[in-house]
Design a protein around this ligand. Structure first.
Ligand SMILES: [Zn+2]
Length: 440
């Protein structure tokens, strides 16, 4: 028998999936789905007597904020956030309607099933549960249902932090994606212990443009000062460069726990092979051992018989915490002389302490349902809305609890066709999240 809290969480997740909130990243093609989803949440909160504020950064781009007072007036507030938008779907790749929220063989299918209408529906159900049962959480809770995360949060979290920071007054920590799902701790299938990964850190995202300037000339008269050649050499050097391994606290903690459980040393020499042996778990941490700089866009010349004066290339850069200056220096060295590096958007990594008391709260909440479950910090190789809230000094943690079968790869569901989540994992999520938000 499921409880009302669990039933409501499932219902709200399904109803949110049925509101199409696709974020294409192209303003002209984005409708008012986010505002309609925010209105839906607002209506459900109002039924339980919870006031909220709907904020539109632009027409149709709605986010919703609600604050529930806690009992400990000295404790910093906890922000609990979920984005309402989803990435586009290619319907022909789906066997279930992406906005149908159908349930089959114990799985709920739909865009947003794990990214992340599951958490939006769950925290909505928990807020109503608190109101219904007269439960006062320890800390002030700020619930945020946000627009635009999938395109960088410019019209959601980024806009709110810039224009409405008072909504987050007193907030010291945040809970959201990406983490909380279970992965097998041991290699032996007979060992059922699960690790629940908590993202305590997120890689930063930066863009840069390399450019070379040379002598423009006719193609019939080759010159040693050819911008295209010089740029190509720099691009090849960047593409072939491997930045050194950096053992951040989150990575080291992950390696310590999995090394012990699996009998792996994770030395610098064995790191790649040892990570590979973790199976699908390696897809999460494999990209978190180093900084990366990847050439993605090239531009030079437009006529075959003209040597252009300029050539440029754009880089996608992913930075580990505290590595900005080291990466800049290494990149400078790798591209060599005669190449200009211009920085574009630059979001540094976020980093929260791996030993904060809230980690113990997460562990306690998991242990009630899964006594052998172990909460393990890791570094997320991607970036979420936590980067915006970090500007307000808020430490973000990625923890959306989901207990899933040993071979079910939650991370692989993100942005995939037939995105799905086990229904009993959603029930688990509601129970554990209720405990976390009550005691955090
Ligand atoms: Zn997401």
């Amino acid at each position: 028998m499921s409880t009302l809290l669990e039933d409501e969480a499932l219902l709200f997740v399904r109803e949110l999936i049925r509101i199409d909130t696709v974020n294409t990243g192209v303003l002209a093609t984005i409708g008012d789905g986010e505002t309609r989803a925010a209105q839906y949440v607002q209506g459900r909160l109002a039924e339980a007597g919870i006031a909220s504020e709907l904020v539109e950064s632009r027409p149709g781009r709605g986010s919703l904020i609600a604050r529930i007072p806690g009992s400990d007036r000295d404790a910093g507030a906890l922000l609990v956030h979920a984005h309402l938008d989803v990435v586009p779907v290619d319907e022909k790749d789906w066997t279930h309607h992406p906005f149908g929220a159908e349930i089959e063989d114990g799985f709920l299918y739909g865009r947003g099933a794990v990214d992340m209408k599951n958490y939006a529906g769950t925290i909505l159900a928990v807020a109503r549960h608190f109101a219904r049962e007269g439960i006062v959480p320890r800390r002030d809770l700020v619930f945020a249902f946000l627009a635009d995360e999938e395109s960088g949060g410019v019209w959601g979290a980024g806009w709110l932090v810039e224009n409405r920071p008072e909504l987050f007054a007193g907030v010291t920590e945040a809970l959201s994606e990406v983490g909380g799902f279970s992965v097998p701790l041991a290699a032996d299938p007979a060992d059922a212990r699960r690790a629940y990964l908590v993202a305590t850190s997120e890689k930063g995202v930066a863009w840069a443009t390399l450019s070379a300037r040379g002598h423009a000339a006719h193609g019939s008269r080759p010159t040693d000062d050819n911008a295209v050649v010089r740029l190509a050499q720099a691009v090849a050097a960047v593409g072939g460069h491997r930045f050194p391994v950096v053992r951040t606290p989150a990575l080291q903690r992950f390696l310590d726990v999995f090394g012990e459980a699996r009998g792996l040393a994770f030395t610098d020499e064995s790191l790649a092979a040892d990570l590979e042996s973790l199976g699908f778990v390696s897809s999460l941490v494999g990209a978190t051992t180093r900084n990366t700089a990847t050439p993605t866009v090239l531009a030079a010349g437009d006529k075959t018989n003209i040597i252009p004066a300029d050539a440029s290339a754009r880089l996608d850069i992913r930075i580990l915490p505290g590595e900005d200056d080291a990466l800049r220096a290494q990149l400078r060295e790798v591209v060599g002389h005669g190449i200009d590096i211009r920085e574009g958007r630059w979001w540094s990594a976020t980093e929260a302490p791996v030993d904060a008391p809230i980690i113990g709260i997460l562990q306690d909440a998991i242990s009630v349902d899964d006594p052998d479950g172990l909460v393990v910090p890791y570094l997320l190789p991607a970036s979420t809305d936590n980067k915006h809230f970090a500007k307000l000094g808020i430490h973000g943690y990625g923890f959306v609890p989901l207990r899933v079968p040993r071979d079910f790869d939650v991370f692989a569901q993100f942005h995939a066709a037939d995105e799905r989540v086990p229904v009993d994992a959603l029930h688990f999520s509601a129970r554990v999240t209720e405990r976390i938000l009550q005691t955090a």
